[in-house]
Design a protein around this ligand. Structure first.
Ligand code: HEC
Length: 141
């Protein structure tokens, strides 16, 4: 029973990876640069992360909208993983971008389930200024 569960999780994860890859490739057929991805995700109050954070906090969250945005967040988080860092050590970049991606995935999963608390918790990880600063210090020019 346990192996079966583990196996289905592995298969689901693989399917999800393929899906994300396709989503990223759908962006003009190429992976956005780190600068493009970061601008879409985090530049200014109109960018994806602040927007989705605001939408989650609404009294009656608009899940259709949130789900669209969380998918976009995943696409750009995936682009970070796929790029090389503009500066700094590749192993550190892999670790930080994969952690960022994992939080984006958590956000998207919670959004699909319309789980407000889960989405808020995942968003808090994505929006953590310690996360921003840590990565910028190591990898931003
Ligand atoms: C995993 C690493 C990583 C994380 C986490 C991260 N950033 Fe960045 N960010 C970068 C890198 C690298 C650049 C420089 C991109 C370049 O200019 O090539 C950047 C650039 C930016 C820019 C400038 C974009 C532009 O148009 O030039 C903004 C704004 C920004 N980050 C905001 C944030 C905020 C806010 C957070 C946290 C909520 C955050 N970032 C989290 C890696 C990260």
């Amino acid at each position: 029973m346990k192996t079966l569960v583990v196996r289905s999780i592995a298969i689901a994860a693989l399917a999800a990876v393929i899906l994300w890859t396709n989503a990223a490739d759908a962006q003009n057929g190429k992976t956005p640069s780190v600068k493009e991805a970061m601008a879409k995700l985090n530049k200014g109050p109109g960018s994806l992360c602040p927007q989705v954070g605001k939408a989650i906090k609404a009294e009656a969250p608009n899940w259709d909208e949130i789900q669209k945005e969380s998918k976009q967040v995943l696409v750009f988080a995936d682009a970070l993983v796929k790029n090389d860092p503009p500066r700094g050590d590749k192993a550190s970049w892999d670790k930080l971008t994969k952690a960022y991606f994992a939080s984006a995935k958590e956000l998207d999963d919670a959004a699909q389930k319309k789980d407000k608390n889960g989405a808020a918790a995942a968003h808090a990880k994505l929006a953590s200024s310690a996360g921003c600063n840590g990565c910028h210090k190591a990898h931003r020019n």
